[in-house]
Structures are given as structure tokens and as C-alpha cells.
Design a protein around this ligand. Structure first.
Ligand SMILES: [Zn+2]
Length: 474
């Protein structure tokens, strides 16, 4: 029998507020352990939490960006469990009245567009961090009470690829909305995957397991693929899938069972008596909406309508917030949107893909790229030379001016010299000359090519074309 995988994701994103969600401690990453702490985030008895208004604004912004309904009435609840990284023995989260509900996100995967439903987005605090050392396990409470949003999807994904594309799209939206830096290496974006399998065509869901704390797209993909295989082989052996919480072990590429999966009632949720319900007026929500940064869909439309970019170019640029920001920065010094889009999407992307690098890891700035394009525009170097210069910039991080002068690159714009070479080419290729004069337009292409070859690509093809035509028509 053939089985289909059913996936829902819970995505935790750390909000990029300056201070924590219920106290004034700094959210800066990388501080000395247990220095960004106070009685509130250490869970001291009697310390009182105060909700960070910026965190509320950010979750509303995330909700609007993901097409959610924003609740006018919301509250914070206590989720009770014991763990050494949770000093209060409860986490402040939201149970039945989250800030955002009922959204969706359209993604491109497996060659089609899919709509993934978003059940809810709620606000909660992060726990501290256990640090395992040879001498024992230590706890760092700097992360305790960091503001998190949890974005819960519907079980709408049917392949690991779709789940990864959805996770990437969420990251992109959060970056465009400027609510989280989404730095995965710092744990600012983490995924829990709910995975079940069922025979193709079945309408009911199989028993699901939850793989916790996946911290990269690669891990997400591998863990889902592994879990799918594991569940299918269990079913085929006639075994029953148990509802479990699992952990992906990156070093052994295997899944480890953590515990049997808990239900909501295991946590004894109840409203936090230290925090008042949150009432959001329509005016507040509208204010957040009016200050929303431009989202990818809107930008895409603008690129197509105002910049005359192709649908494809607009899609590639807006699917990656860092690439998009880089492109717009290039435009600040080089206002030719179509040419810039072509260089960013084709030449720059090829270099990035070859070396498996991200835009934010580029060794040069957007203004350097703009300078390179200006040099091509002015005719100082040819487009072909430009590609070489870009590759050098990529390798060395040097500015285009430095590379152009160090390599003695510049186009031959000395007409006398080009005319001399053109004369030689015409003398050496009588057949092509005769063809052209007999009306074969195409013969000019060959002759231009010969001049380009003789100049090692240093001539401006357009000038060469003009010089040859003048001579042939004499
Ligand atoms: Zn604190």
C-alpha cells in the first residue's frame, strides 16, 4: 500500500524587541550567562510580570502579515510543568484566547501553489537554556522570558518539501514584517513537526508524533523523511504508532523518543492571575496595520508594475528578504531596476549557489555592486568583463574600481585602434564580407565576433558593430 505523509508545523520565532516579554531585561544575544536576568525572569516568588507592549504590537503585525483575525480580547495563561530551565515551574503562554487566529499562507512547492492554513499565533515566554559540560549540566537564564510567538499551522502539508517551503515562507514573512531576526544559528527560529501517515485517499488522520526543536531547514527535511519511513515500516509490520514526542539526533541522523505525548490537560492551564486580560481596540489594530512594512506580495506587484520586472524576477527577489533588501540598496546608487534585477538574480545568484552561500554572507556591499553596474553602463568595461569583476569581488571582497585598475581592465574605446582591427578582420574574411554585401545580414555577427576575439573581449560590441557596418557599406 502507498502512504501519504500529513504534516503540521509549530514554528517558534523570537521577537526582536529590545527587552524581554514580562520584564525590562535585555534580549541581546551572546551575553555572559545569567547576566540578563532579574527577579521576574528568574521566577522569584512575588515578582510581578508586566506585558511588553512592543511584543503585542509585533505579534499583531505577524498576525496581519499572515492573514489572521486579530482578537480584541486575549489573555495570558500558565502552562504548568517542571524542568530545570523553567524556574517558575510554569511557562506564561496562551491557551484558548490567542492574539491571532485563522490565517493562511500561500506557498510554492512541488511545482504548484498550496495554501497552508494557520490555526493560531500565540505569545509566550521562552525558557532558559541547559548547557551540558563534562562537569555537569549548567543553566543559563538569559533566554528565560524572551518573547516568542508560536505559529501553529493546520495539518495541510503533504511532503517534507512542502513543509520546508512553508517554513522558509514564514521566515521570509517575519523578516519582511520586521518582527524577528529569524537567526536560526542563534535559535531565534525553531520548528516542531507533527507527522502522521495514512493510506492515499484516506480522509481520516493517522496517529501523529511530534518531533521537537528542529533548528534548520535541513534538519526539518531529514527528520520528516525519517519519521515517515519509520511510521510506514511500523504499519507494514502491523505495529501501532504511539502518540509520542520525539527528538531528532543530528549526529546519528536518527529519531529518539523523549516521552509519550502529553495532552493539553496535562499542563493544567489556567489564566495567569498576575496579568490582566489584554484588550486590543480596533484603533490599535488599525494603527499597527497602517504602519506595516511593505510585504512580499505588495513588493512583487510594485516590481512588476513600476519596475517592469518579469513575474519570475519579482518572485525570486521577494521570496528572499535579504536578497530583496540587497537589490533595493543597489538601486539607491544605480537606478536601472531591470538591469540590476538581472545581475542580482542571474549573475550574483549563480555565484551564491555555486558556493552555497547566503546573501548576508557576501564579502562586498550593495553599493559595490551598483558601482560595478555603473562601470558597465558608462562603457568603461564590457558586460563580459563585468561578470569577471563580480566573480573577483565575490572571491576577494575588493571594490570593482580596485579590481578594474589592478587588472588593467577597460574597454577599448579608442576608435582608431578598433578601426585598425576591423580592417584586418575584413581583409582576412572575404567570404563573410561578400555574404554581407549580398544581403546576408547574419554575416555581420561573425565579423563582430572576430573583432571581439582579436581584442580578447575588450571592445564594446556595439561600437564594433557600427564601425564594421560603416566600412562594409562604404
Ligand atoms: Zn528579567
Amino acid at each position: 500500500m502507498k502512504y501519504e505523509v500529513v504534516i503540521g508545523l509549530e514554528i517558534h520565532a523570537e521577537l526582536s524587541t529590545q527587552s524581554k516579554v514580562f520584564c525590562g531585561c535585555s534580549t541581546a544575544f551572546g551575553a555572559e550567562p545569567n547576566t540578563n536576568v532579574c527577579p521576574v525572569c528568574l521566577g522569584m516568588p512575588g515578582a510581578l510580570p508586566v506585558l511588553n507592549k512592543k511584543a503585542v504590537e509585533y505579534i499583531v503585525r505577524a498576525g496581519l502579515a499572515l492573514n489572521c483575525e486579530i482578537a480584541n480580547y486575549s489573555k495570558m495563561d500558565r502552562k504548568n510543568y517542571f524542568y530545570p530551565d523553567l524556574p517558575k515551574a510554569y511557562q506564561i503562554s496562551q491557551f484558548d484566547l490567542p492574539f491571532c487566529k485563522g490565517g493562511y499562507l500561500n506557498i510554492q512547492a512541488d511545482g504548484k501553489e498550496h495554501t497552508v492554513g494557520i490555526t493560531r499565533i500565540h505569545l509566550e515566554e521562552d525558557a532558559g537554556k541547559l548547557v551540558h559540560t563534562p562537569g555537569g549540566t549548567l543553566v543559563d537564564y538569559n533566554r528565560s522570558s524572551m518573547p516568542l510567538i508560536e505559529i501553529v499551522s493546520e495539518p495541510d502539508m503533504r511532503s517534507a518539501k512542502q513543509a520546508v517551503e512553508y517554513a522558509k515562507a514564514i521566515r521570509n514573512i517575519l523578516l519582511f514584517a520586521k518582527v524577528s531576526n529569524c537567526k536560526m544559528q542563534e535559535g531565534a527560529l525553531r520548528f516542531d513537526a507533527n507527522v502522521s501517515v495514512r493510506p492515499f485517499g484516506s480522509k481520516s488522520y493517522g496517529t501523529r508524533t511530534e518531533i521537537k526543536n528542529l533548528s534548520s531547514f535541513k534538519m526539518l527535511q531529514k527528520a520528516i523523511d525519517y519519521e515517515y519511513q519509520r511510521q510506514v515500516s511500523m504499519i507494514e509490520k502491523g505495529e501501532k504508532i504511539r502518540q509520542q514526542t520525539l527528538r531528532w539526533n543530528e549526529s546519528s541522523n536518527r529519531i529518539i523518543a523523549l516521552r509519550s505525548k502529553e495532552d493539553a490537560h496535562d499542563y493544567r492551564y489556567f489564566p495567569d492571575p498576575d496579568l490582566l486580560p489584554v484588550i486590543l481596540s480596533d484603533a490599535f489594530i488599525e494603527d499597527v496595520r497602517s504602519k506595516m512594512p511593505q510585504m512580499p506580495e505588495e513588493k512583487k506587484k510594485m516590481y512588476i508594475e513600476q519596475f517592469q520586472l518579469s513575474e519570475y524576477d519579482a518572485e525570486v527577489l521577494t521570496a528572499n528578504s535579504e536578497l530583496c533588501a540587497f537589490y533595493e540598496e543597489v538601486l539607491q546608487d544605480y537606478n536601472e531596476p531591470k538591469i540590476a534585477a538581472n545581475w542580482v538574480n542571474v549573475e550574483l545568484m549563480a555565484l551564491l549557489n555555486q558556493s552555497d552561500m547566503l546573501v548576508e554572507e557576501l564579502p562586498f556591499a550593495a553599493c559595490d555592486m551598483a558601482q560595478l553596474l555603473q562601470n558597465i553602463q558608462s562603457g568603461k568595461i564590457s558586460g563580459k568583463m563585468g561578470k569577471g569583476v563580480l566573480a573577483d569581488m565575490f572571491e576577494t571582497g575588493k571594490s570593482p574600481e580596485e579590481i578594474i585598475s589592478a587588472k588593467g581592465l577597460s574597454q577599448i574605446s579608442d576608435t582608431a585602434e578598433l578601426e585598425k582591427i576591423a580592417d584586418e578582420v575584413l581583409a582576412n574574411n572575404p567570404a563573410s564580407v561578400a555574404d554581407y554585401r549580398a544581403g546576408k545580414e547574419k554575416a555581420i555577427g561573425f565579423l563582430v565576433g572576430q573583432v571581439m576575439k582579436a581584442t580578447k573581449g575588450a571592445a564594446n560590441p556595439q561600437s564594433v558593430n557600427e564601425i564594421l557596418r560603416t566600412k562594409l557599406n562604404e
